[in-house]
Design a protein around this ligand. Structure first.
Ligand code: DC
Length: 251
């Protein structure tokens, strides 16, 4: 077993309602590029199905934040120090009221991991095969019992290639940049729309071109382009697909 400890904690109420209302607990894998609306979709679908929501990007972000704080370089693909750091890191993902709280070695970093710097750092950290190995093992442990909506870049291809429902969510780069920009505006962060678009292109390239587990659509994934769709519309569509597959799995 790895030294790394990863926990998904649920409130007693969530655990009870998840068990009671599910005929067959599926694994729903949602992958896609930055800003495609994965988090909003995954959260909504999890609430609709009474499933647990797991955002795996938060784990890469937490490792990046810790590396930044410890002045550990993450550009070097074979950086042993970074792998050792990931192994020695405790990440707790707490599900409470449908949202995910992220604890890094016991410290609440839910807001601290959402800066553009940490986002860039996370996509660099994610290139490291050793770090991915550590985090993927924890993600499998967290989701293997089913009843989860897990979002990331490699959930349907690597983490759970046998997931019963896989969604590949996308949108035009301009739409994705505008959504990201709006999110930051709402938080009161002044960021530039043009720069946001450049950063999205940069992260897309790194996520798609890395050797280990690049961002690709699984062959059996349902492709949804959310450019011209309302979030609620996308969520209803995915929840409907999940219910169909739940029934098929029971029959
Ligand atoms: O989804 P996000 O923006 O929070 O993810 C941050 C970075 O982490 C992203 O640029 C790529 C990486 N990531 C990954 O490689 N695999 C995942 N399953 C999730 C995220």
């Amino acid at each position: 077993m790895e030294d790394n400890i990863f926990n998904v904690m649920l409130t007693a109420r969530e655990r009870f309602s998840a068990r009671r209302s599910m005929p067959r607990k599926l694994i729903v894998a949602i992958d896609g590029p930055v800003g495609s609306g994965k988090s909003t979709l995954a959260r909504r679908v999890a609430a609709m199905l009474s499933y647990i929501y797991i955002d795996t990007g938060a784990m890469y972000r937490a490792v990046a934040l810790k590396a930044m704080r410890n002045n550990i370089a993450f550009d070097d693909v074979s950086a042993e120090k970074l792998v050792a750091l990931a192994r020695a890191t405790r990440i707790d993902l707490r599900a409470a009221d449908g949202r995910q709280q992220v604890l890094l070695d016991g410290e609440d970093v839910t807001a601290a991991i959402r800066t553009p710097e940490v986002a860039q750092g996370a996509s660099k950290v994610a290139v490291n095969p050793g770090v991915r190995h550590v985090l993927v093992a924890e993600q499998r442990r967290a989701g293997e019992a089913g009843g989860v909506v897990m979002e990331g870049r490699d959930i349907g291809t690597v983490v759970f290639p046998d997931a019963q429902l896989k969604i590949f969510l996308t949108a035009s780069p301009e739409t994705r940049a505008e959504r990201r920009w709006r999110e930051h505006q709402q938080k009161g962060d002044q960021i530039n729309l043009g720069r946001t678009l450049d950063e999205i292109h940069e992260r897309d390239r790194r996520d798609r071109e890395r050797t280990t587990s690049p961002l690709v659509q699984a062959e059996d994934a349902v492709l949804i382009d959310s450019t011209a769709m309302e979030p609620e519309e996308v969520a209803r569509l995915v929840a409907m697909l999940a219910r169909e597959r739940e029934s098929a799995a029971v029959a």
